[in-house]
Ligand binder design. Structure first.
Ligand SMILES: [Mn+2]
Length: 278
């Protein structure tokens, strides 16, 4: 099994999309995950022409592209209906951006309970499901899949543990909607959680976000510098036939390069253990 390895750049104040694509190509990544953060100046303002140039550049360099949707202040479960409408509209813009840059998979967040959602969690959950159905339908018109990401166990987010993640995907029940499995977030639930996610979600996992942490905080550390057992993770993926892109999420380019090197060591080790990996 050969996994695609990708670079994803998060929490960065500057966002040079073309430069990032060139960096990823130079460092031998198979794909890039671009973040669409509409309210900020860089991505939301990317013209149609520039999107086309990005698509052409990635194609010329042989890189696949995946997209992470706007997340800041965006919530499919807002109980304030006008703000919720704006959230859905920004995620739909992200779907269009995904299409324009030649990608076919968009990661979104599951939504969370706001002030009233906290008091009426069933109603908030119903809003989240209805919102994801609407988004899945909008995405299917572009031939795009949506992965709902599992979140760290903080705040009031939906889709934190494997059962919740599976239940949300089943409730939406659209072929083009599945899971973005973030193993760093999963690790915050305990050592067994990653395994439970892989076995529970299985063929509904569309892409994996990969980074490390100490099991307590969502640190986005370099792979191998936290408590995640990557050797075990790769074995699990192979045993379950989950051959999906591995998107390394780092704070900076240096960490991305280090993480890639370490990930390749883990892949190599797993291969040596006769799990059929290459
Ligand atoms: Mn993530």
């Amino acid at each position: 099994m050969k996994f695609e390895e990708g670079a994803s750049y998060i929490f960065t104040p500057e966002y040079d999309l073309e430069g990032f694509i060139e960096f990823a190509s130079k460092e031998g990544f198979d794909f890039v995950q671009l973040s669409y953060e509409a309210p900020l100046k860089w991505v939301g303002k990317v013209s149609k022409d520039r999107r086309k140039r990005i698509r052409t550049l990635a194609k010329r360099l042989g890189l696949l592209v995946y997209v992470h949707s706007v997340t800041n202040a965006v919530n499919v479960a807002w109980t304030n209906s006008r703000i919720r409408k704006e959230s859905l509209s920004q995620i739909k813009e992200a779907i269009e951006f995904t299409y324009d840059v030649g990608a076919e998979l968009l990661t979104v967040h599951p939504g969370w309970k706001d002030l009233y959602g906290y008091r009426y969690p069933d109603e908030a959950y119903a809003l989240a499901i209805e919102g994801h159905c609407e988004l899945a339908e909008a995405a299917s018109e572009y031939g795009i899949r949506i992965g709902i990401e599992n979140m760290p166990p903080f705040w009031l987010s939906f889709c934190v543990d494997p059962k919740e993640a599976r239940a949300m995907i089943q409730a939406v029940d659209r072929e083009n909607l599945g899971s973005t499995l973030d193993v760093g977030h999963a690790n915050l639930l305990g050592a067994k959680a990653i395994e439970e996610f892989v076995t529970t979600l299985n063929d509904k996992i569309f892409i994996i976000h990969i980074h490390d942490n100490d099991g307590k905080r969502d640190q986005h550390k370099v792979i191998g510098e936290g408590t995640i057992d990557f050797h075990q993770l790769i074995g699990l993926l192979a045993q379950n036939g989950v051959n999906v892109p591995l998107s390394i999420e780092s704070h900076n380019l240096k960490d991305l390069v280090k993480s890639k090197k370490n990930l390749e060591q883990f892949l190599l080790m797993a291969g040596q253990n006769s799990l059929g990996l290459k």
